[in-house]
Write a new protein. Structure first.
Length: 350
């Protein structure tokens, strides 16, 4: 568990920024056009631009204030803008000709469908809309079939480009899922050894941190007495239980990872010795607050500060040695030193 999001969260943040920027630009543009339409008394276009402005502002509110995920906005955006386009096209039923602006609007609507909706929805919807638009054009007293043919070719190109774009997005999602799986322990949902090592290498030499290696006491006995299913449930609940012991005021960027088996690592970035000891003091001699029905489990831990070691490998070896010292000293404790039987404030010994 960490304060930093994984690949999916990062991808969602990029989408949110893109949606928000687009909605803000669209709101300003549509509002400007709306003002001009009102000033020039072109009332027939006012409803569609007013609706478009409301949609854009609604996207801003949904993303910036309501914090809605982008996936939940797509269908609503497509539906409302389609209604706005229909409002714009309604006066064409009695118009003598369908102008070039309407053709451009149709292309924009097509691009929006392919951008927001799934291909299996966007493709038939576009085909039906094109047939309806073509019928509207050819039934006008004056019409340009070459322009309609050009619209059909452009719509096909837009659909092909959008299809490629959706494939790229699908690939990005699959890549993000693969990366998430590669960096996540499947049983506990915590970052795995690889994920933690990647972050430790990033922090090393740039930011001070504290590192704890924790091991569940007598875990083999849990499996032998209660069964492996109960053992898996204990492991799955260890992450949340440890974070609950630390409390909500844990350092920003705190990361808990499964190191392997019944071993876990706790990373406390940007902490002083005294701040780190304040965290481990809450863990000292504690029993994991697991769900009701699960066995009572304690843990031992070895802790060290990053400046105590010359290399990252030395630091990992150091916390491992202190973990073994904690177990040899009777378990259910956090050790900051190897040879001192009484846990003390690291500020006093470092």
């Amino acid at each position: 568990m960490t304060e930093q999001g994984g690949p999916f969260q990062q991808l969602e943040r990029v989408r949110r920024r893109a949606y928000l920027l687009t909605a803000l630009v669209a709101s300003a543009a549509q509002l400007g056009i709306l003002v001009v339409k009102v000033q020039t008394r072109h009332w027939q276009d006012v409803p569609s631009f007013a609706l478009g402005t409301l949609v854009s502002l609604g996207i801003v509110v949904g993303i910036a204030w309501l914090r809605l995920p982008t996936a939940r906005l797509n269908t609503g955006i497509a539906t409302v803008i389609t209604c706005a386009t229909l409002l714009e096209f309604l006066p064409l039923v009695s118009a003598p000709v369908v102008g070039a602006q309407s053709h451009l609007t149709f292309i924009a609507q097509t691009a929006l469908w392919f951008g927001l909706l799934r291909m299996r929805v966007a493709a038939p919807l576009t085909a039906a809309a094109y047939l309806g638009f073509a019928a509207l054009v050819v039934t006008r007293p004056t019409h340009d079939l070459s322009l309609l043919w050009y619209l059909g070719c452009t719509t096909l190109v837009v659909g092909m480009v959008a299809s490629f774009g959706q494939r790229v997005i699908t690939y990005q999602q699959e890549a993000a899922a693969f990366q998430q799986d590669a960096l996540t322990d499947p049983l506990t949902g915590l970052p795995n050894r690889r994920a933690l090592l990647t972050r430790l290498r990033t922090l090393w030499g740039g930011q001070d941190f504290a590192l704890l290696m924790l091991d569940l006491d007598h875990f083999k006995g849990v499996n032998d007495r209660f069964g492996h299913t109960a053992g898996d449930q204990v492991l799955a609940g260890t992450g949340a239980a440890l974070l609950a012991l630390i409390g909500p005021d844990r350092p920003d960027g705190t990361q808990l990872a499964r190191w392997g088996g019944e071993e876990f690592m706790l990373l406390l970035p940007g902490v002083t010795a005294r701040q780190a000891y304040a965290v481990t003091d809450r863990l000292q001699g504690a029993t994991l607050p697991l769900e009701a029905g699960l066995p009572r489990v304690t843990f031992s831990a070895g802790a060290a500060l990053s400046h105590e070691a010359v290399t990252l490998d030395d630091l990992l070896e150091q916390v491992d040695e202190r973990l073994h010292a904690a177990k040899n000293a009777g378990r259910r404790q956090v050790r900051w030193v190897t040879d001192d039987p009484v846990p003390r404030d690291p500020a006093e010994v470092l």
